[in-house]
Design a protein around this ligand. Structure first.
Ligand code: ATP
Ligand code: MG
Length: 249
């Protein structure tokens, strides 16, 4: 379905120097599977999503969607081909109502459908449809609305960037169920969840660990969950060696 071949990506830092963020990423996302991408903060997870979406441009390698090289396509063209991304920190669009942004996400959706998706993400349509997408909404509400947009749009590949961030446990459990039931064994689509949540990770079909701009581990939860847990413990110990401020035990 979507393949990243030897993807490198660099950005210009504050001092004007080029720094390499992604250092040769190879991934193949298959139809009918739900993937978890995890790893330490700053490892490159959101950068992978942004490169797939076309928000960041890769400097080397190819991205293929169902065999077609989409490397040169713009963000809009990729969205139209069937790539969707729910941001880690969604944008607030002042002046647009929640009802209208959901209609834009899926113009053919009828009002009943739109109301259902709002309920699915734990928001009462009566209270939210006419609300402005500006500053008045909480972080968790904005995240849920963005997830509703992506679920409504239902592109070929949906990338959810830390859906759990700021969202309460009850809603995240329900949302996860929704994502799993919709994408597992789907004949045309796939979902990628970027997450740190140890309840979400084991429920996915495959886990990718991204650290330092490379994939350091990949496999089913059964194959690599214990490695991740050991690795996290090692890293915490390593980072805290000689640290007089924090006692990790
Ligand atoms: N536009 C940019 N300019 C400069 N540095 C950037 C830019 N985008 C990403 N980076 C750097 O690239 C690295 C990877 O960032 P990224 O957002 O992909 O990490 P992440 O794995 O999603 O982390 P987190 O778990 O904190 O969300 C970080 O060190 C970040 O500071
Ligand atoms: Mg991120």
């Amino acid at each position: 379905m979507l393949k990243m071949e030897n993807i490198h990506m660099q950005v210009n830092n504050d001092s004007g120097e080029d720094i390499e963020i992604l250092k040769g990423i190879n991934i193949e996302f298959a139809k009918g599977k739900v993937y978890a991408i995890t790893g330490p903060n700053g490892g490159g997870k959101s950068s992978i999503a942004k490169v797939i979406m076309g928000i960041y441009r890769h400097s080397k390698g190819r991205i293929l969607l169902n065999g077609e090289d989409i490397s040169e396509l713009s963000l809009t063209e990729r969205a139209m081909k069937g790539i969707g991304y729910a941001f880690q920190q969604p944008t607030r669009f002042k002046g647009l109502t929640i009802g209208s942004i959901l209609k834009i996400a899926s113009p053919e959706a009828d009002p009943m459908h739109i109301r259902k998706y709002l309920r699915d993400v734990g928001l009462c349509p009566e209270d939210y449809l006419d609300r402005d997408l500006g500053a008045g909404l909480s972080g968790g509400e904005i995240k849920r609305i963005e997830m509703a947009q992506l679920l409504l749009r239902s592109p070929l590949i949906s990338i959810f960037d830390e859906p759990e961030a700021g969202v309460d446990l009850w809603t995240i459990q329900k949302l996860l169920g929704l994502i799993l039931s919709r994408y597992k064994n789907n004949t045309t689509k796939t979902a990628v969840i970027i997450t740190h949540n140890e309840k979400i990770i084991p429920m996915c079909d495959e886990i990718l660990v991204v650290d330092g701009g490379v994939i350091t581990a990949q496999g089913t939860p059964k194959e690599i969950w214990h490695l991740i847990k050991d690795d996290i413990e090692c890293k915490v110990r390593y980072q805290c060696q000689g640290d007089v401020i924090y006692d990790i035990k």
